[in-house]
Design a protein around this ligand. Structure first.
Ligand SMILES: Cc1cc2nc3c(=O)[nH]c(=O)nc-3n(C[C@H](O)[C@H](O)[C@H](O)COP(=O)(O)OP(=O)(O)OC[C@H]3O[C@@H](n4cnc5c(N)ncnc54)[C@H](O)[C@@H]3O)c2cc1C
Length: 402
C-alpha cells in the first residue's frame, strides 16, 4: 500500500502502525480529528496483516472477540463507497469440527444464535465440506454465512477513506518512544524527530508492548509465530469450499489457488527485532506437523502435499483478549492491539470502538473494562505449541518493567 507524504504537523491523533488495527482506527477518526498514521515499513499492511489466512470467524472462544466479530461481519456485507471497486470479502461458509471435545464451542454457538447468526450442528459434514470425507469427527458446527476477507483490500479501502477525509500516512518512519509530560502522553519520538499530538493510538502489532514498556507500562503482549502452508493443486479444492477448522486438534484448511492453504495451528514465542520484517519461513518441524495432521485428521487430503508457505506473528495478551481503548495509567494514550488470530475478523469494529472511546463517546456494544489496557494480567497462561488443545504448554507472562 503506497505512502504519500504531504505534511500534517501537530495532529490531534498520531496512530503508530498501519496494519489493519491502525488503518481501521484512522478511517473511523478521520474527518473529525486530524490524523497522522506512522508506519515503520515502506508500505501499510505488510506485517501480520499480510500474513493471515483471511478467515472471518465469529465462532470464537472469547465473548468479547465474538461481539467484535459479529459487528465486523455485518459491516463486511455492505462496506460502502471506499471499497466500491474492491472485493474485501466473500461468503464461503465454514465448518468447525471437533474430534476430541464434542462439547466445545456450544456456549459460543448459543451466544451467536441469540444474535440471529446461523450456526447449525451438522452430522454429515463431508456433504458440506468434502475435505472432511472419511474424517473421524465427534461434533461439527456449520456456519453457512461465514466469509473470507482480503486484508489487502480492507486496508486499501480504510486508507482511501481516511485520506479522503484528510488523514496522512507516513511510511518509513519508526516510532522510537512515547513522549510524556507527567503522566500524560503528548506525542511520539521517531527516528526523524519528535511529533506532538493530542492523543496517541498504539496499533503496532507485535512491537506494541515494547513501546509501552519504554514509559513504564506493563502491558504484556506476546507474539506467537504460526505457519501457513500452500498445497499443490487438489481435486477437492473449489472457491466455494467452506473453510474447515478442526478446532480442538488444531488444523485448518482453506481453498486457495487450486489447492489448500493449511495451518497446523502451531505456536512459538518469537518477539520481533526492532524495525519491519516479521515474515518467516516454515520450519521442517512445522511442515512435518502439517503433513501428519492432514494424513491423520483429513484422510481426503492425505495426498495433498504442502509445498510453499510462510510464518507470521499473532500477538496475544495473556487472556487472549484484545487490548483496546484509553489507558487508565497514561492519559492521552489509546490502544488497538493484541489482535492475536482474529485481527481480520474484528478489523472494522476494533477501529470503531477505539475511535468512539477516543472521541469520548459511549460504545455500548463492547465491555470497556474487559478489553481495557489497565485490566489485571494472568501470571501464567496456555500456549498450544503443536496446535492441539490437549497438549498445551504453560507460558509465564513477561514481568513488569522495573
Ligand atoms: C499465520 C497467520 C494467520 C492468521 N489468520 C487469521 C485469520 O484467518 N483470521 C483473522 O481474523 N486473523 C488472522 N490472523 C491475525 C491477523 O492477521 C492479525 O490479528 C492482524 O493482522 C493484526 O493487525 P495489526 O494491525 O494489529 O498488526 P500488524 O499488521 O502487524 O500491523 C502493525 C504495524 O505497526 C507497524 N509498527 C510496529 N512498530 C512500529 C513503530 N515503532 N513505528 C512505526 N510503525 C510500527 C508495523 O510495521 C506494522 O505494519 C493471522 C495471523 C497470522 C500471522
Amino acid at each position: 500500500m503506497p505512502c504519500q507524504n504531504p505534511g500534517v504537523q501537530s495532529p490531534d491523533v498520531v496512530i503508530v502502525g498501519a496494519g489493519l488495527a491502525g488503518c481501521s482506527t484512522a478511517w473511523h477518526l478521520a474527518g473529525e480529528r486530524s490524523v497522522l498514521l506512522l508506519e515503520q515499513g515502506d508500505q501499510a499492511g505488510a506485517e501480520a496483516s499480510s500474513q493471515n489466512a483471511g478467515m472471518v470467524r465469529r465462532l470464537g472462544e472469547d465473548p468479547h472477540e465474538r461481539v467484535l466479530a459479529v459487528r465486523t461481519h455485518r459491516w463486511l456485507q455492505a462496506p460502502g463507497e471506499d471499497w466500491a471497486d474492491l472485493q474485501p470479502s466473500r461468503r464461503t461458509g465454514a465448518v468447525l469440527a471437533l474430534v476430541e471435545e464434542p462439547h466445545d464451542l456450544h456456549d459460543a454457538a448459543s451466544h451467536l444464535q441469540a444474535q440471529g447468526v446461523v450456526v447449525q450442528a451438522c452430522d454429515r459434514p463431508a456433504q458440506i465440506a468434502p475435505a472432511l470425507a472419511g474424517a473421524r469427527v465427534a461434533f461439527c458446527w456449520h456456519l453457512p454465512d461465514e466469509r473470507v476477507a482480503d486484508a489487502h483490500s480492507l486496508i486499501a479501502g480504510f486508507l482511501r477513506g481516511a485520506r479522503r477525509r484528510g488523514a496522512e500516512l507516513r511510511c518509513g518512519l519508526r516510532v522510537t518512544g512515547l513522549r510524556r509530560q507527567g503522566d500524560r502522553v503528548v506525542g511520539v519520538d521517531t527516528d526523524a524527530g519528535p511529533i506532538d499530538a493530542g492523543a496517541v493510538v498504539l496499533a503496532a502489532g507485535a512491537w506494541t508492548s515494547d513501546l509501552a514498556r519504554g514509559v513504564g507500562l506493563h502491558r504484556p503482549l506476546v507474539p506467537l509465530r504460526r505457519s501457513l502452508l500452500q498445497t499443490d493443486t487438489h481435486p477437492l479444492s473449489a472457491p466455494d469450499h467452506p473453510w474447515t477448522w478442526i478446532d480442538d486438534a488444531g488444523l485448518y484448511v482453506r481453498p486457495e489457488a487450486g489447492g489448500f492453504l493449511v495451518s497446523p495451528c502451531d505456536e512459538a514465542v518469537d518477539p520481533p527485532s526492532p524495525g519491519p520484517g516479521s515474515r518467516g519461513s516454515v520450519t521442517p518441524w512445522a511442515r512435518a506437523l502439517a503433513e501428519h495432521k492432514l494424513r491423520s485428521l483429513l484422510p481426503a487430503l492425505a495426498d495433498a502435499t504442502p509445498r510453499g508457505g510462510w510464518t507470521g506473528l499473532r500477538t496475544f495478551a495473556p487472556d487472549r483478549r484484545p487490548i483496546l481503548g484509553p489507558d487508565p495509567d497514561a492519559p492521552g494514550l489509546h490502544w488497538a492491539a493484541g489482535l492475536g488470530g482474529f485481527g481480520v475478523t474484528c478489523s472494522y469494529a476494533v477501529g470503531e470502538a477505539v475511535a468512539g472511546w477516543l472521541r469520548g463517546e459511549p460504545v455500548p456494544w463492547l465491555d470497556r473494562d474487559a478489553v481495557s489496557p489497565g485490566r489485571a494480567w494472568m501470571q501464567r497462561w496456555l500456549m498450544r505449541a503443536d496446535g492441539d488443545r490437549n497438549t498445551p504448554r504453560m507460558l509465564s507472562t513477561p514481568p513488569p518493567p522495573r
